[in-house]
Structure formats: structure tokens, C-alpha cells
Design a protein around this ligand. Structure first.
Ligand SMILES: [Zn+2]
Ligand SMILES: [Zn+2]
Length: 146
């Protein structure tokens, strides 16, 4: 019997599923297969003990948990981690986009006028905004944990 494994090629990531004896595109698989922690087959993704030893379920993301561990985290901890990372990445990309827009504005402003006092004020305001986004994001992520 074969083992489940991730197959990475140059332009694609595929997942070989031992149970199905089939290779499927990773994009078609539940969230669990995108996370750093691949779902264990027949075992709890928290304690790695086979599901059948205690009451537990396999969830929609593909991860399985004994009921008591799923309840502690009130959800799938591996997928939560994956989503949190995704949010941070998105926010960073978004911030980069904002900074780029501001840089372009600065260039335009400098070309149009020599009144640097105004520009300096704007810059300070922009830095505060970026910090504000950082703080709000951190607060939001912290709330997920509770
Ligand atoms: Zn368990
Ligand atoms: Zn999961």
C-alpha cells in the first residue's frame, strides 16, 4: 500500500492520496491539505492517537480531532493558524500597495511644487495610519485565539 504525499512539480502542487490511489490537484482539496500540518489518516491531528480510541470526528477541512481537543480550540487549530498566516500576508501586501501609492503621490507632489512643509505633514500622517493598521490587525488576530 502506498503512502499519501505531496508532489511538488515546477508549476503545480499535487497530492497523492493513498486511500483513493489517485493523484489530485491540491487546489481541489479541503483547507487541511494546504496547511503546514497535513491531515493524519485515521488519527487525531492534535494528539496523533487513532481516532477510534476516543470519540472524535473528521471535519470539513480534512483534519480529524477527538471531541475534547476540538472543543478546547473551538475549531481546527491547524487551519486557524493557516488562515491567520493568510490574513497577515494579505495585510502586508495591502500595506505595501498603500505605501507604493503614497510614494507615487510624493513623486507627483515633488514635481508639481516645492512646498515641502505640506508633504512632510502628510508623510507623518501616513506612517500613523500604517501603524494603526498593524495594531488593529494584531488585536483582531489576538481575539481569534480567545
Ligand atoms: Zn486526539
Ligand atoms: Zn483543519
Amino acid at each position: 500500500m502506498g503512502k499519501s504525499k505531496i508532489i511538488k512539480t515546477k508549476d503545480n502542487i499535487k497530492f497523492s492520496m493513498a486511500t483513493l490511489d489517485e493523484i489530485v490537484n491540491l487546489n481541489c482539496l479541503p483547507t487541511g491539505y494546504h496547511t503546514a500540518h497535513l491531515p493524519l489518516l485515521d488519527s487525531c491531528d492534535h494528539c496523533r492517537i487513532p481516532i477510534r480510541y476516543l470519540t472524535g470526528k473528521t471535519y470539513i477541512c480534512g483534519h480529524s480531532y477527538h471531541d475534547k481537543y476540538y472543543n478546547i480550540h473551538n475549531g481546527c487549530k491547524h487551519c486557524l493558524e493557516y488562515y491567520k498566516k493568510g490574513i497577515t500576508k494579505q495585510a502586508k501586501a495591502f500595506k505595501k500597495g498603500l505605501e507604493k501609492i503614497e510614494d507615487e503621490k510624493d513623486i507627483l507632489n515633488n514635481e508639481e511644487s516645492n512646498e515641502n512643509d505640506d508633504n512632510n505633514l502628510n508623510e507623518e500622517e501616513n506612517n500613523n495610519k500604517t501603524e494603526d493598521i498593524d495594531n488593529k490587525l494584531q488585536i483582531a488576530i489576538n481575539t481569534i485565539d480567545q
